[in-house]
Design a protein around this ligand. Sequence first.
Ligand SMILES: C[S@@+](CC[C@H](N)C(=O)[O-])C[C@H]1O[C@@H](n2cnc3c(N)ncnc32)[C@H](O)[C@@H]1O
Length: 457
Amino acid sequence: MKNILNGPGNSLQQEVILTWPGKNPVLETYGAGKDSQQNERDQFYTRKIFTNFKSYTIKGTEKTNAFNSCDNFIIKGDNLIILHSIRDLFINKVKLVYIDPPYNTGKNAFNYKDAFDHAAWLTFMHSRLAIARELLTDDGSLWINIDDRESHYLKVMGDEIFGRENFVINFIWQKKYSPANDAKWFSDTHDHILVFAKDKQLFKPSLLPRSEAMNQRYANPDNDPRGPWKAGGFSVKTYSKDYDYPIQTPSGKIVNPPKGSCWQTSKENYEKKLADNRIWFGIKGSSKPQIKQFLSEVQQGVVAKSIWTYDEVGHNQVSRSEILKLFGDFVFATPKPEKLLKRIIDLSTKEGELVLDFFLGSGTTAAVAHKMNRRYIGIDEMDYIQEVAVARLQKVIEGEQGGVSAGMNWKGGGNFTYMELACQNGNHVNFSDAGNKDCLVSPEDILLNEKFYSLHF
Ligand SMILES: C[S@@+](CC[C@H](N)C(=O)[O-])C[C@H]1O[C@@H](n2cnc3c(N)ncnc32)[C@H](O)[C@@H]1O
C-alpha cells in the first residue's frame, strides 16, 4: 500500500493505492528483454478467432455458425483474452459479473492452478477486474467470492478500479457446516463476497422475498379490515418537546412517554392515527400506545443482511452433493451451492438480463442463470469445461431436478452456444490463418462478425 506524497511540504494526497512488482500486466509480464516484450505485445494485440461452435438445445447438439449476441454463451479459453475479444460486443451490456477465482490457496488441489506468487495473483486479478468493469452496465455490479488469504488485497484493488465510493458491501457467507477442530489456529468457516457497483448511485439491488416466518409475526386480534398487523413502539429516544404530551388510554389511564423519550409524532398526527384505528392499547385497552404496522403496507420484500448462513444459501457440502447427484461422481472439487448463486442473481438482476462468470468451473452460475431465465456468458480455460459445465447445462436444458430446480418449478428448455478460442492461451491466430483451421465458420462469416472475433486493447 502506498501513500502518495505530493510536492513541497509532502502534503498527503487523498489517494491510497495498492502496488506490487509487475502490476502493469501487458508491459511487465510478457517477455524478459525489451525486444521480446515488443514481440509478445504484438502477438497479444493480434486479432483472435473463435472456433468449434456448437449449439445446444433440447433436441441435442449441432455444429453451427448461426448465433447472435443475445444467445447464452459458454466459451473455452483464457478469460483475459476472451473478455477483450468480446469487449466491443458486450461493453456496457452485463448486469452482473459473479466470479469465484482461484483463491491462491497454494495448493493446486484440483486440475486448475491455485498456487500463485502473491504479486502474480494480484496482477492476474487486476487485469481481469479492469476489463470486467468495462463490460458492466452503468447500474451493474461485480461480486467476488474469496477467502481471507486475498480478500483484503482484493478489496483495496477493487476500490482502485471501481472507485472507493462504489464499494457496496462485504457479505459474509457461512460456507462450512461443521467446525474444523483440528485447525492449527482457528476454524475458518466463512468466505467473503465483495460487491462493487459500476456506479453505486445507479445500482438498485432487489429485495429478498419475505419468509413465511416473517409473515407469521403479523396477526389480526381486532379483526381490522386492513388485514394482519404487528404492533411497533410509539416512543422514540430523539427527544422533541412538541412530541412530549400525555395520552389517555381507552381504559382511562393517562400515559406519558418513557423518561428522556417522546412520542414518534405530534399530538395532531397522533389524533389522526387514533381516529384511523392505527393505535393499539392492548386487548384490555390499558397498555401504553403502540403503532399498528400492516402487512399489506410493509415493503413486499426485505433488504438483504450482510451475513448469509448456510441454512439460507447452502454450504460447501451442499454444492458437492449437487455435483454428485448430477454426475454420480465428484467431477469438480470446488463448486458453489446453487442457492448461493440464486440469491446473488436475485439481488442483482431481473429476467432477461446478462450474467457473466469468467471463472466458470462446474458451471453453477450459468446453470442457475439458465433456470432463472437470465442470459449468461460462462468462460473457463480447462478441458473439463466439456465434461462438467457443458454437460451440466445440457442436463439443465433436459430439466434436471437438482439444486434450485424444484423450488423454481424448473421444467427444462432453452439453449446455449459453445465456442472456443482457436488456439488456447497465447498461441494467437491471425484472421489469415482461419481458412487452415478446423473452423466451423467460413472466412466470410468471420469478416461479417469481425468485431466478435477481434481482440482490442
Ligand atoms: C474456483 S473455480 C470456480 C468454481 C465455480 N464457481 C463453480 O461453482 O463451479 C475457478 C475456475 O476458474 C478457472 N480459471 C482459472 N484461471 C482461468 C483463466 N485464466 N481463464 C479461464 N478460466 C480460468 C479454473 O479452471 C476453475 O475452473
